[in-house]
Design a protein around this ligand. Structure first.
Ligand code: JHZ
Length: 399
């Protein structure tokens, strides 16, 4: 079911030290009441600085049927549109080809398609391949590996958003990417993922769950990219998902390394992110915050409280904080695949927004706090009749 991590996935050192042990927790996207629980413990590599989980759950358990559909959020769709437009400067003039790894429901590729690219997606989840194909995005069902890479022609652009942290064998993953770009010297790999300093500074401990095997700084990542023959030449920061970075890499020295890369590496060192003690401070903050949400919800036990956004991080937060079935009526989520299911390990039902309208809650807990603005817009009618919001991260706050 899972394997234990005994050496760093980037530098192979065995000098791994735990800084945050969150106990045994269910898988965040196992939307049923009695799922199996797995250790959730974060280790720091004292040699290269990579933060990583102490175990790797069999990916087939996690990804063969995946309830998360990226397209549900308009904010994310807008982000994808802007990403495709930005990538345009790296397009070939005729018939640019784009491959998206872990393409989910085709949200990003639909935008590349609008920019005139030929697109192809790959994803292990049968339900997501089906969703993407019904939106006109061609898909291969599978993980990115030498087997699936063999089915793909050379690409101008390969994208991977919110998947690098999910990959155990990063080296093979990158080598296959480099091989697919090599035939075209101008080929670019664009990856985006949550950035560890944002997680630490924003106290986003709810984003630590079994799918996220690695928590990235640019420094260790650059090391493994170079080993695999890819050079990171540009990095940009974005607020999406609580703070992400987008890196651009190329297999040749075709692009000069931009100042943004050198600056970020320097900032990471200056801010102490290569030092274990920085993470112990974070761990102390998490201990304090773990009890705060439960106390607020206990205090509201005579009021109607509902959640919005049955995000993986929200399900994880509930389990880490020991939230009970009785503390909330239900969680609204606009993803049809999540409705009718329950929060893992707790059993709070996941319902539609119509259900929330019928209940008229006094408080709405924003579990997808990264999309707070969008969720608040959608529930403005509840706000107008006096409902309040509970924001759980970085610290519990009622607004
Ligand atoms: P959201 C995801 O995690 C998936 P999650 C993944 N594990 C990853 O790596 C990270 O992102 C970065 C719902 N919603 O995006 C949809 C509405 O119902 O915060 C989702 O179920 N209505 C690969 O799951 C949830 O909220 C809306 O209007 O923690 C949001 O989940 C909006 C905006 C969202 O990510």
């Amino acid at each position: 079911m899972y394997k234990i991590v005994s050496e760093c996935r980037i530098c192979r050192s065995e000098a791994l030290r735990s800084y945050l042990d969150l106990g045994k927790q269910p898988l965040a996207n196992s939307l049923n009441t009695n799922p199996e629980k797995y250790p959730l413990n974060v280790l720091f590599c004292e040699v290269c600085g990579l933060s990583q989980l102490s175990i790797v759950v069999n990916p087939d358990i996690l990804y063969k049927d995946y309830p998360y559909h990226s397209s549900v959020s308009q904010t994310f769709k807008n982000h994808c549109r802007a990403m495709a437009r930005e990538a345009k400067k790296y397009f070939r003039p005729i018939d640019p080809m784009v491959l998206d790894i872990a393409a989910n429901d085709g949200c990003l590729l639909a935008e590349f398609s609008k920019e005139g690219c030929k697109v192809l997606g790959i994803d292990p989840a049968a339900n997501l391949c089906q969703a993407a194909m019904s939106n006109g995005v061609p898909m291969i069902q599978g993980y990115w590996s030498s087997q699936t890479a063999a089915l793909v022609q050379p690409m101008d652009i390969i994208t991977a958003t919110n998947v690098l942290a999910h990959v155990d064998d990063i080296k093979n993953f990158l080598i296959e990417i480099k091989e697919k770009l090599r035939a075209k010297t101008h080929g670019i790999f664009i990856a985006e993922f949550p950035y560890l300093p944002n997680l630490i500074e924003g106290n986003q401990f709810d984003t630590i769950y079994h799918e996220h095997l690695s928590y990235f700084l640019l420094t260790p990542l650059r090391r493994i990219f170079t080993e695999c023959g890819l050079e990171i030449f540009r990095v940009d920061k974005f607020p999406i998902h609580g703070g992400s970075i987008r890196i651009y890499a190329s297999p040749s020295s075709h692009h000069a390394i931009e100042y943004s890369v050198l600056e970020m590496v320097q900032e990471e060192e200056n801010a102490g992110y290569l030092n274990f003690n920085t993470y112990l401070d974070f761990s102390n903050c998490v201990e304090l915050e773990k009890t705060a949400l439960k106390m607020i919800l206990q205090d509201k036990s005579d009021q109607k409280v509902m959640g919005y956004g049955a995000s993986a991080k929200g399900c994880n937060l509930f389990n880490i904080c020991g939230i009970d079935r009785e503390m909330l009526i239900a969680i609204t989520d606009d993803t049809p695949a999540k409705q009718g299911k329950t929060i893992p390990g707790i059993g709070i039902p996941i319902v539609s927004s119509e259900y929330m309208d019928s209940i008229k809650p006094d408080f709405i807990l924003l579990l997808a706090w990264n999309f707070a603005e969008e969720l608040m817009q959608k529930t403005a009618h509840h706000r107008a009749r006096g409902a309040k919001y509970i924001l759980p991260i970085p610290e519990v706050k009622i607004i």
